[in-house]
Design a protein around this ligand. Structure first.
Ligand code: SAM
Length: 394
């Protein structure tokens, strides 16, 4: 089949018919290691659970298995979904190789590792040892049958929920369309987690309150640039081919990490100028040279169109773009809502159709008797008095 590279700006997620975005090993490594920089014991003694991860495909399984001892894990549980397609990534289960470059699909399985030892006696305990261990120990796999409601390996099935209760930290890239349900389950069970989702999820009514209350925040890497995922060979639209693996890679411009594990960037204060200095020296022409920041017509806050233009000395409410969350330090700012949660529609604008994405927008009077609708905004305020913000380092 003829294949063609994906246009750079094109969002591959729109083209996906199925959940066939596989996270690259290097991206998992980069994200996980960032938590270690903040607290080297983040994963020590912990039961890790990757619950949307066919261990035959998943780099989450490979990464945590390969780094089991270095991270100090207690146990690694990985469950595969019965309907999971096969992308043909390098597998640690050669016995499922059909011999023609294809693989046989095993039924849904839980793979449980309680330790990684030097199985091959080469002096190191690494991913080769995991492969050997899995070959020697069929008992490390448990068939998942599913239940009346869900197929085997479904993260919502009784078997998987039972495994979830054993887990300390859940790490995966779940199906995007089930993200709300996925996060709700983790929150309900009080789990620590590190997961990938669509950036649009920030404003979901089930997700935003968690962000506002500092129960969930963005991970360390790749917020503004999107992420690159491995996609199956039959994909016609992709960004490039990985030189080492030969696998097709697609870009999803709207995906990022979500977590409730603490990391260093949350404690780094954003360096800002005063309002007067911004108006005089800002690098943004939308601010520089103005007499004052715009105010919303229908909400008591100023419009701050760029995160680095937040005035350091303004004590009132400010509407900032969603990208602010990438720099959000809960000790420096408090989140009060978003235009979707606190915005009040104004009747004359509302009649002209002021509702964007199911909620009210903020408007700025433009001087000619009409109003300009502002993109999605998060309402924040400087946290002047030290108040507990959650997620502080032990
Ligand atoms: C976006 S892919 C990511 C796969 C893997 N976690 C990774 O990052 O490489 C989502 C995976 O979830 C699986 N899946 C779909 N629905 C599921 C469900 N209800 N429960 C568990 N896994 C599911 C899909 O088969 C697919 O393998």
């Amino acid at each position: 089949m003829e294949t063609k590279p994906l246009n750079r700006g094109l969002d591959a997620a729109r083209l996906a018919k199925q959940d066939e975005f596989y996270t690259q090993y290097v991206d998992i490594q980069k994200e996980v290691e960032a938590y270690l920089e903040f607290d080297p014991d983040t994963f020590r003694g912990k039961v890790m659970y990757c619950n949307c991860d066919d261990p035959f495909e998943s780099n989450f399984f490979k990464y945590f298995a390969a780094n089991f001892n270095r991270l100090g894990l207690k146990k690694l549980i990985t469950t595969s979904y019965d309907g999971s397609p096969i992308a043909g990534q390098l597998s640690l289960f050669p016995e499922y190789d059909a011999g023609n470059g294809q693989r046989q699909r095993p039924k849904a399985l839980a793979v449980i590792l309680e330790g990684v030892r030097d199985e091959d006696g080469d002096g190191a305990a690494n991913v080769t040892d995991v492969e050997l261990f899995l070959k020697r120990n069929r008992a490390a796999r448990i068939a998942l049958k599913g239940d009346d409601k869900y197929p085997g390996g479904d993260f919502r099935s009784a078997e998987c929920v039972e495994l979830l209760t054993q887990a300390d930290i859940v790490v995966t890239n779940p199906p995007f369309q089930l993200f709300r349900e996925y996060v709700a389950q983790l929150v309900k069970h009080g789990k620590k987690f590190l997961t990938i989702g669509n950036t649009n999820a920030i404003t979901y009514k089930e997700i935003f309150p968690l962000i506002k209350d500092n129960k969930l925040w963005l991970g360390c890497t790749n917020f503004n640039v999107g992420m690159f995922f491995v996609v199956p060979d039959h994909w016609e639209h992709f960004h490039h081919i990985d030189q080492v693996t030969g696998k097709k890679i697609a870009r999803v411009s709207t995906s990022c990490w979500y977590t409730n594990l603490d990391h260093g960037r949350r404690h780094k204060p954003l360096s800002l100028m005063t309002m007067a200095d911004n108006l005089k020296f800002s690098k943004h022409k939308e601010i520089r040279g103005k007499k004052a920041y715009d105010r919303y017509f229908n909400y008591d806050a100023i419009e701050v169109p760029f995160t680095d233009a937040i005035p350091s000395d303004y004590d009132g409410m400010m509407g900032v773009p969603i990208t602010f969350l990438d720099k959000y330090n809960p000790h420096q700012f408090e989140i009060l809502g978003s235009n979707l949660t606190v915005g009040t529609p104004i009747s004359d604008v509302a009649r002209k159709g002021s509702y964007a994405q199911g909620g009210p927008s903020f408007y700025i009077e433009n001087g000619s008797g009409t109003y300009d609708r502002v993109y999605t905004r998060i309402v924040v305020r400087h946290r002047r008095v030290a108040r507990p913000a959650g997620g502080t380092k032990k």
